[in-house]
Design a protein around this ligand. Structure first.
Ligand code: NI
Length: 258
C-alpha cells in the first residue's frame, strides 16, 4: 500500500468532496494518510479528521507561515493533544524565509520551531519539518535543540543532495512529492538518485503540488501513483518495491501507527 505522509485535508478546497476522496483512498491503494496541521484551526480540524476516519492519522503543530497562531496557551494545547493515539508527529513546523522576509518574523519562526522540537522530544514523537530558503538555519535550530535525539522528515525537500545526505546522517528522512514529476525537477532527481530508497517518504502536500499531468490543479493522495512511478524509475526498482520500501520507512518513523 501507499503510505501518504503529508496531506492537508482540512483545507477548504476539499469542502465539496472531502468525504468522497477520503473514503475512496483504500480502494485505490492508499492505505494510510497523515493530515498535517498548519494553522490553529487546522490543528482542531486534524483532531476531528483522525476521529472520523480510521486510516487518517495526524500531526499537530504550527507552520512557520502561521506563526502568529502560536502562544503558550496553544503550545499547551498541542502538548496535551499530542498524546492522542492517532497523533503520530509534531508538524508541520519549521522555517519559511521565502514567504517571510521580515527579520523579526524569522526570529519568531526560529523561536517557535525550537520550542516545538522540544515538545516533540518530550512527547517522544518525530517532527515533520517545513523548510524553504532556510537550509542553514533549519540545520542550526535542529542541532541547537539536540534534534539528533529525535527523528523526522524534511518535507517537500528542495535543497541540494549534499544537504540531504547531511539530514540523513542526523537520522532524518526526505519527503518527496509531486515536484519529482516536473520537467524542471533536475535538483530533486539528483537528490533521489543520491539518497537510499530506505530514507524516502511519499507525500503530496495536497491540495498543493499536484504531479504531472495535473500540475497546477488541486492535488490529492489519489495522484501519488505518479510520484511512486517516477521514484521507481529513478531508483531502478519496481513500482511495487518503491511502494513497499517507502511504506516500511513511514512505519519505522511513525512508530505509533498500528
Ligand atoms: Ni504541508
Amino acid at each position: 500500500m501507499i503510505f501518504e505522509t503529508h496531506a492537508h485535508y482540512d483545507d477548504s478546497r476539499f469542502d465539496g468532496d472531502r468525504d468522497v476522496i477520503l473514503n475512496s483512498l483504500s480502494e485505490n491503494g492508499i492505505g494510510a494518510v497523515i493530515n498535517c496541521a498548519a494553522s490553529a484551526s487546522g490543528n482542531y480540524a486534524t483532531i476531528e479528521l483522525v476521529q472520523r476516519y480510521p486510516h487518517v492519522y495526524g500531526a499537530l503543530g504550527i507552520h512557520p507561515s502561521d506563526i502568529d497562531d502560536i502562544n503558550e496557551g496553544f503550545y499547551d494545547w498541542i502538548k496535551s493533544h499530542a498524546k492522542h493515539e492517532k497523533i503520530l508527529a509534531i508538524g508541520e513546523i519549521g522555517l519559511d524565509y521565502y514567504w517571510d522576509k521580515d527579520i523579526e518574523v524569522q526570529k519568531k519562526q526560529r523561536y517557535w520551531f525550537g520550542r516545538q522540537i522540544d515538545l516533540a522530544k518530550e512527547a517522544g514523537l518525530p517532527v515533520i519539518v517545513h523548510s524553504r530558503e532556510a537550509a542553514a538555519d533549519t540545520m542550526q535550530v535542529l542541532k541547537e535543540h539536540h534534534a539528533k535525539e529525535l527523528s523526522g522528515v524534511i518535507h517537500c525537500y528542495s535543497y541540494s543532495k549534499e544537504m540531504a545526505l547531511e539530514f540523513i546522517k542526523m537520522g532524518y528522512y526526505i519527503g518527496v512529492g509531486g515536484v519529482i514529476t516536473f520537467k524542471n525537477a533536475r535538483k530533486l532527481i539528483e537528490t533521489v538518485e543520491a539518497v537510499p530508497l530506505e530514507r524516502i517518504l511519499l507525500e503530496t502536500d495536497c491540495p498543493y503540488m499536484a504531479p504531472e499531468p495535473y500540475r497546477g490543479k488541486r492535488n490529492s493522495s489519489l495522484y501519488l501513483p505518479y510520484v511512486v512511478e517516477k521514484i521507481a524509475m529513478i531508483k531502478g526498482v519496481s513500482i511495487q518495491e518503491a511502494e513497499q520500501v517507502t511504506e516500511a520507512n513511514a512505519r519505522a518513523l511513525f512508530t505509533k501507527v498500528k
